[in-house]
Design a protein. Sequence first.
Length: 175
Amino acid sequence: MLNRINIIKIIKDHLGTLRSLNQGSDRIYWKDFLLFFIFPIILSILVVCKGYSFKEQLGNLIAAISIFGGFLFNLLAIIYSQMENIKLDAETEDDKVKTRFINEIHINISFCIVLSIIIVLSLLLTTIDFPEFEYLEILKKAINVLNYFLMILFLLTLTMILNRVYILMKKGVAK
């Protein structure tokens, strides 16, 4: 029943694209782990501890993330059409690398779309008026850390997609 909405495979496949091509293992490359996980967590905690808030810009953030999500759906369709073109003539080693690269871009875009949906939901979570209880402030700070982490991860992943599409187009995939 939940197979139709299961996003775990998309997340696992995305994490698989963060491994080193020369490493020979399925583990995440340590530099990518630092960039995509440790750096955003540390930055998110620092921003929340400093007391920065995005409450005034909440509507703009939701709109921007939603627009990016829509653009990513369009980019996914473009990448899908390029996947078909490359698979037709994937005979040389260079074509095999391009095929792998375009498959990874497809996975990264799919992850970014999932991430945009999760970000919109987590931003909406900040608008909920929770009843007063002992750990309310800790909960609010945890939600803010999560929001900042997800937004930083989204921006980093979006930048990675942009870089990969640029490299792919520069290599002459779009003939």
